[in-house]
Ligand binder design. Structure first.
Ligand SMILES: [Fe+2]
Length: 236
């Protein structure tokens, strides 16, 4: 698999009505489906490509998912949205989802190395800074996209683990099922936030989605690793 150049990371299609929940939901689902359609065939990946992809996914998800969902909780203004997000956080913490993901990566012999971490560093930082701005609607839109993507991505991730010789599938099994309901709940949280405080007419509600999609593309294709190595070679 050849890493895709940065220029191939496309922007999301415009939609004429951006503040209506149903059209937001349709755009989020379209963004998820187009990202899923861009995934490589797991059977065509080398062992190192499989390992590094799982490692980059782990480097991003293990330490950030609960933190970003906490950001959405802090940014939400309505009690309805906060209670939905709090329920999700409760499940993440109670069932130790980061420990589940760590077990998956260990069993696939795919714990992140420094190189794996650096391959997603720049795009991860962009998402972290976006989360830190604590914009309720935009952040819930991003997390709804994230949940929906993770749910559909689990079949792909599970196949990578299996081809790595791993039998550990709890993480992918749990997230392939429970995130369907989570995504729906996040859309309800989004509707509550929009009803309480409509976004500015010119606000880009997909800013977080665009940043996160770039990060997921770096997870899948490892583009940053190549560009950073190229830059390092150029300046040395
Ligand atoms: Fe989780």
């Amino acid at each position: 698999m050849e890493p895709r150049p940065e220029t191939m990371i496309s922007t999301l299609p415009e939609h004429p009505i951006v503040s209506d929940e149903s059209s937001l939901e349709a755009r989020i689902e379209y963004a998820i489906d187009s990202l899923m359609a861009s995934l490589p065939d797991p059977e065509q990946l080398s062992a190192e490509q499989r390992r590094s992809l799982i490692a980059r996914y782990t480097a991003v998800l293990e330490g950030n998912f609960i933190y970003w969902m906490t950001g959405a909780y802090l940014a939400a203004k309505t009690e309805a949205a906060r209670s939905i997000i709090a329920e999700k956080l409760h499940e993440e913490v109670r069932d130790s989802h980061p420990a589940m993901l760590r077990r998956f990566a260990l069993a696939a012999q795919a714990m992140p190395t420094e190189s794996d971490v650096m391959a997603v560093h720049r795009r991860l930082t962009s998402v972290r800074l976006f989360v830190g701005r604590l914009r309720g609607v935009q952040l819930i839109v991003m997390m709804a996209f994230f949940e929906g993507f993770i749910q559909k991505f689990m079949g792909f991730l599970g196949r990578l683990g299996t081809r790595q010789g791993s039998l550990e599938q709890e993480y992918t099994d749990v997230h392939g099922v429970c995130d369907i309901a989570h995504t729906r709940e996040l859309f309800r949280a989004l509707a509550a936030e929009i009803a309480a405080r409509p976004a500015e007419p010119d606000a880009n509600l997909f800013e977080g989605v665009e940043l996160l999609r770039g990060l997921i593309e770096a997870i899948v294709f490892g583009t940053e690793a190549k560009s950073q190595r190229t830059q390092a070679t150029a300046v040395s």
